[in-house]
Design a protein around this ligand. Structure first.
Ligand SMILES: Cc1ncc(COP(=O)(O)O)c(C=O)c1O
Length: 226
């Protein structure tokens, strides 16, 4: 028989966490989390979600209607972006220069698509020129990379990747899990199709996924498989 054990109330110590993640949370977020639980079918919830989306659009610097929180980790958001843009047989490129971009590549290989890995040594960004070379003559549908590669601390410029993605007519998926709200990113101006951010890395935010309406939504409507 299992003995009943009494465990006291939770009293975690207050730590100042300055690493890329997990990081310290603003006290307003703690206060919000202590408010009553409301079901997702409750009429109040709709207004709350709309306000959340307004705030997320400000953080992402986007006017895109489809800017939403997912109840998932950063990896879950990357998975949602990558697997919703690739279907069986589609061609894509993932630039790999560390643990998290490698993870994006692994996720992409699960889509039964033909995804090419373009690598740089850890500690260096992958040159967009190498990505262009790798995609030459192919029908590249998606290009992905980690903007802030936490495992090595390397920041990769977005604009050169956007240029290459435009040449291929490809979607640009950017892992901004550790960089959005830490360094300036303007999703609309820089024309990122799907940026991902998580709650607990770099600042006390909420995980979010933003999709550029024109391309990504049309893509969803044109999918050959569910
Ligand atoms: C750049 C980057 N991408 C993805 C992730 C994965 O996020 P999560 O641990 O929330 O799945 C992390 C986590 O540290 C990260 O730093």
């Amino acid at each position: 028989m299992v003995m009943t054990q009494h465990i006291g109330e939770l009293h975690p110590p207050v730590r100042l966490m300055l690493t890329p993640g997990p990081s310290s949370i603003d006290p307003r977020v703690y206060r919000a989390m202590a408010t009553p639980l409301v079901g997702h079918m409750d009429p109040w919830f709709k207004g709350c979600m709309e306000e959340t989306q307004i705030l997320l659009r400000q953080i992402f610097q986007t006017e895109n209607r489809i800017t939403m929180p997912l109840s998932a980790s950063g990896s879950g958001g990357i998975e949602a972006s990558v697997l919703n843009s690739l279907e069986e047989g589609d061609e894509g490129i993932v630039a790999v220069n560390g643990v998290f971009s490698e993870r994006m590549y692994e996720i992409a290989t699960r889509a039964s698509s033909k995804v090419v890995k373009v690598e740089a040594p850890y500690g260096k960004p992958v040159d967009a020129e190498d990505v262009r070379r790798a995609g030459k003559g192919k029908k590249i549908k998606m290009i992905g990379f980690a903007h802030g590669e936490t495992s090595t601390g390397v920041l990769t410029g977005i604009d050169a990747y956007r240029k290459v993605a435009d040449e291929f007519g490809a979607l640009l998926i950017v892992d901004t899990v550790a960089s959005l709200a830490a360094v300036p990113i303007d999703v609309d101006k820089q024309r990122i199709d799907m940026p991902c951010r998580s709650t607990w890395t770099s600042s006390g935010l909420i995980f979010a996924l933003a999709a550029r309406k024109k391309r990504s939504v049309r893509l969803r409507e044109c999918r050959r498989s569910p």
